[in-house]
Design a protein around this ligand. Structure first.
Ligand SMILES: Cc1cc2nc3c(=O)[nH]c(=O)nc-3n(C[C@H](O)[C@H](O)[C@H](O)COP(=O)(O)O)c2cc1C
Ligand SMILES: Nc1ncnc2c1ncn2[C@@H]1O[C@H](COP(=O)(O)OP(=O)(O)OP(=O)(O)O)[C@@H](O)[C@H]1O
Length: 290
């Protein structure tokens, strides 16, 4: 029996993606075939619009998250400019070859092939010829509009971690390497881990947040700033995390941050004392409320 496949990029593996993959799994269960999450090794926008691209997950995180869904298999297609420039029917022939699948599940906005010319109507014409069921699903919505990765990125850029988490169906996290900072924080009474994040992963809007941090498999409360500190001309770090009740040398280590709540915008303080008092308040809020 042919497989039932859900097809897409799936950045974030959000609730809409989960619904689509669940639909493929349900059909596979009904007909006794396998279920497949079919995706690309990279985000097509990494090839076509790398400058503007922001991503909810790295490609490795995305494939790992897909492997935790109900799908029996995650099939990862290598995405190249050459592959993408094929006319829609050639794109499908290259993707599926001689493999006759049972069903293909996509959202009704799905586009594919050269300049995204291929539509659900093209998919249906292809499916009719081969006896493949094309299941084009209405996009799953929440709070009045469709759940999309673009919408979730927009929410995070405004600091709305709570609604983003609801649409994702799991917490939003990012992982970065700890770099040496200016060593000012410890003197001010709050040591910070300065995180290096590639531009593509800087989705979260500038501001101060209460968060959780995962260091060496342990979970801590974190008060963190996102954006270069405007008070100090020599500051360069784009994300600084004060890990509560943590002491230790973690330079060079990789830590994962789960932002939970936006506290305030970044401020250019007139004095260091004012900065310290405000940051201490943010740390106290995090301690009491997380
Ligand atoms: C919770 C928190 C809030 C912060 N808020 C601000 C801010 O509003 N304005 C600012 O200029 N820097 C802010 N910072 C950044 C600090 O100025 C910075 O961590 C400190 O100068 C130490 O920098 P260093 O790690 O490079 O030594 C904040 C840092 C934390 C942890
Ligand atoms: N809310 C949704 N409900 C059902 N299917 C969806 C939903 N959002 C996306 N899909 C489908 O999931 C697959 C993967 O889509 P894609 O990776 O483009 O997600 P997206 O969230 O729309 O991303 P972006 O906002 O970056 O375009 C496609 O078949 C798409 O049509």
């Amino acid at each position: 029996m042919g497989a039932s496949c859900a097809f897409g990029v799936f950045d974030g593996v959000h609730k809409g993606h989960q619904f689509l993959i669940d639909s493929a799994c349900e059909m596979a269960r009904e007909n006794g075939g396998a279920s497949v999450a079919l995706t690309f090794d990279i985000d097509p926008d990494e090839v076509f619009r790398p400058d503007k691209l922001k991503k909810l997950m790295t490609n490795e995180e995305r494939i790992q998250a897909l492997s935790r869904t109900c799908a029996d298999y995650v099939v990862v297609l290598p995405f190249t400019r050459e592959f993408a420039s094929q006319l829609p029917m050639d794109f499908l022939a290259t993707t599926f070859g001689e493999e006759i699948i049972y069903s293909l599940h996509v959202g009704n906005d799905f586009r594919f092939g050269c300049k995204a010319q291929g539509t659900v109507a093209d998919l249906k014409a292809w499916g009719d010829g081969l006896g493949v069921r094309i299941c084009d699903h209405d996009l799953k919505s929440k709070y009045g509009s469709p759940i999309t990765a673009t919408r979730i990125r927009g929410l995070l850029s405004c600091g709305d971690c709570e609604v983003a988490t609801k649409l994702l169906g799991h917490p939003y996290t990012f992982t970065g390497k700890v770099l040496e900072g200016r060593h000012e924080g410890a003197d001010m009474g709050f040591a910070t881990a300065n995180l290096e994040l590639p531009a593509m992963r800087q989705v979260l809007g500038e501001g101060v947040y209460a968060a959780y941090g995962y260091v060496d498999g342990r979970k801590y409360k974190v008060a963190m700033s996102v954006g270069v500190a405007p008070t100090f001309e020599d500051a360069t770090a784009t994300c600084e995390a004060h890990i509560l009740d943590f002491e230790g040398d973690i330079y060079g280590d990789t830590i994962t941050i789960e932002p939970v709540h936006y506290l305030r915008p970044m401020i250019k303080f007139e004095s260091t004392d004012e900065l310290i008092a405000t940051v201490m308040d943010n740390i106290a809020w995090t301690r009491e409320n997380l």
